[in-house]
Design a protein around this ligand. Structure first.
Ligand code: GLU
Length: 413
């Protein structure tokens, strides 16, 4: 048992973007650190000089920042610690725990059982005899991953290594290195990989795998965090030892919940740039109102922007299949309902209550269900069959614009 505050780390290799699997590992470490008043450290494992780039490092740090995963202390760059890695290898060599082999330094794997109590899987054990001696320093004196990680984790005072399942086979080698270097190994926990809905390892075939892509698709960081934290979790089970399923439909559903709960003011800065991209510079008030009206029926901020655009400018109205079908079922009825609505709306009190009253009175007068009046208006104004209540829709669009749009929507006889 260690009495000092826990220290965990996220150790990405900057050879690509921030993968959702990496983000989830980072999040679990961050949650652990914040929950236990410990430290969450970053180590950039940039020893592969050919594939590591500053641009990737930046994308990874930006992704973590977007997710709200703040780190403690300065990030450690593994590539800057070459002399520490070499010194450790030389020491093992000098002590006979490693040997020279064609210019490389190879670690002598000690026989006997190597076991640990994994924080996720429970006890895992390997036999030293089954593991071959392995290179720790190449002939150009650059370190191999297993050596660099152990030396760095020791120097950073890491108390728990929480990482992906794909590292389980490295752990016995690393434990052997800790012992050979005279250090107590930290605790280990290996989180299961993330699979797609078909049970296969998550890849681009399943959709976006980069955190940045979800940011651009209009997912809110809080929703992404919650989704990643719950991956592989099921009510009643406290261990996440089975592969987790990355289900984007669930992520979008969760995002929808966050959109509903987030105020129009807070969403505005996320929606506004997308409206600008669509060439829309609606006034702030109108945009606020429209965001408020559509956010509970949206899945992403892109979705919010699209629906806001439809309310601000009829050129963004596109009839979907369901709407087309409904109109085709009874084109004359559709036209008649719209015409009658335009007639009464002209004199309506343009408030949500006034509009509702006016339209209900019209339905009564025509002896039809209210939906027969509401639905044609909804279809004409949005091109879809689902929206906020029609009285709110009319209110958000505004009197002049709504009447103009409804008139223009009347199909020719
Ligand atoms: N750089 C390693 C990776 O990206 C992480 C190593 C570790 O967490 O120990 O897989």
């Amino acid at each position: 048992m260690t009495t000092s505050a826990p220290r965990v780390r996220f150790a990405p290799s900057p050879t690509g973007y921030l993968h959702v699997g990496g983000a989830r590992t980072a999040l679990l470490n961050w949650l652990y650190a914040r929950h236990s008043s410990g430290k969450f450290l970053l180590r950039i494992e940039d020893t592969d000089k050919q594939r590591s780039t500053d641009e990737h490092t930046k994308v990874i740090l930006d992704g973590l920042t977007w997710l709200g995963l703040d780190w403690d202390e300065q990030p450690v760059f593994q590539g800057a610690r070459l002399s520490q890695h070499q010194a450790a290898a030389d020491r093992l060599l000098a002590e006979g725990k490693a040997y020279l082999d064609e210019g490389t330094i190879r670690f002598r794997m000690p026989p006997g059982e190597i076991a640990w109590e994994d924080a996720v899987h429970g006890r895992i054990s390997f036999k030293g005899e089954d593991l071959k001696d392995f290179i720790i320093l190449r002939s150009d004196r650059t370190p191999i991953y297993n050596l660099a990680v152990v030396v760095d984790d020791v120097d950073m005072g890491i108390t728990l290594v929480l990482r992906g399942d794909d590292h389980i086979s490295n752990t016995p080698k690393q434990i052997a290195l800790y012992r050979a270097l005279g250090h107590e190994p930290p605790q280990f926990g290996h989180v299961p990989m993330i699979n797609g809905p078909d049970g296969k390892k998550l890849s681009k075939r399943h959709g976006a795998t980069a955190v940045g892509d979800y940011q651009h698709l209009g997912i809110l960081p809080a929703a992404m965090r919650n989704f990643l934290a719950l991956l592989g979790w099921s009510p009643g089970g406290d261990r996440q030892s089975k592969a987790a399923i990355f289900d984007t439909t669930k992520l979008e559903w969760m995002n929808g919940q966050y959109l509903s709960a987030t105020s129009a003011e807070e969403l505005y800065p996320l929606v506004q740039p997308q409206l600008e991209r669509l060439g829309l510079n609606g006034n702030r008030d109108a945009v606020f109102k429209a965001i408020g009206a559509v956010k509970t029926r949206s899945r992403t901020t892109l979705d919010v922007a699209r629906q806001v655009a439809v309310r601000l400018d009829p050129k963004f109205v596109e009839f979907d299949e369901k709407a087309k079908k409904e109109v085709a079922k009874d084109p004359l009825g559709y036209r008649a309902a719209l015409e009658a609505s335009v007639g009464v709306l002209r004199g309506a009190d343009w408030s949500p209550e006034g509009l509702e009253k006016t339209l209900r009175a019209l339905a009564e007068q025509r002896g039809v269900a209210a939906g027969k009046v509401f639905q044609p208006i909804r279809i004409a104004l949005t091109g879809g069959t689902v929206s906020e209540p029609v009285n709110q829709l009319l209110y958000v669009i505004g009197k002049e614009a709504a009447l103009k749009r409804l008139e223009a929507a009347l199909p020719p006889i």
